[in-house]
Design a protein. Structure first.
Length: 170
């Protein structure tokens, strides 16, 4: 899967910004414009666990057909910092995260690696992370933030995740 950020292509105080995900396709489908109101929204997480967020599914079988790409956006509510925990892997697909809406004096710690040997990456505004299928992925910020996720693989089942118990993480 390719992931590209093209920014600042217009003039003014709020330049247009585009983020693109792409994947090889063996079937063609019609092009479709999807606004946030057309995306399938799902509120998950809890304030108790600092993970209250809304997942907007844009390229998803319930919204728009695609050969093997799923794509959406997750918006963390104020006072929430975890994008998912406990973490998980996807044995049948890989995932890319593009983080944004991170204030200049904040960061996100993105956790990667095999569950028994994790590492973290410090992510700033408008940076992307590529996660292979064997790697966990989870993030926690110093404040709430937003990210675009894209997955590519043999299936498009959003819930196709291999959960990793908290007792396994090292």
């Amino acid at each position: 899967m390719d992931s590209i950020l093209v920014k600042d292509i217009s003039e003014g105080d709020s330049p247009a910004k585009f983020y693109l995900n792409s994947a090889p396709a063996h079937i063609g489908y019609p092009t479709k414009k999807i606004n946030i109101k057309d995306a399938k929204a799902e509120q998950i997480g809890s304030l108790k666990n600092s993970s209250q967020r809304t997942i907007y599914k844009y390229i998803h079988p319930d919204v728009c057909q695609s050969c093997q790409l799923l794509m959406g956006m997750t918006v963390l509510e104020p006072n929430n910092v975890w994008n998912t925990m406990p973490c998980h892997t996807h044995s049948r697909k890989m995932e890319v995260y593009f983080y944004f809406d991170i204030a200049k004096d904040n960061v996100v710690f993105h956790f990667v690696g095999e569950p028994e040997e994790t590492r973290h990456l410090v992510v700033r505004n408008e940076e992307a992370i590529i996660n292979p299928s064997w790697s966990i992925h989870s993030g926690v910020g110093t404040s709430n933030y937003t990210f675009i996720w894209g997955t590519v693989g043999e299936n498009q089942t959003f819930t196709d995740m291999d959960a990793v118990g908290m007792d396994i993480l090292k």
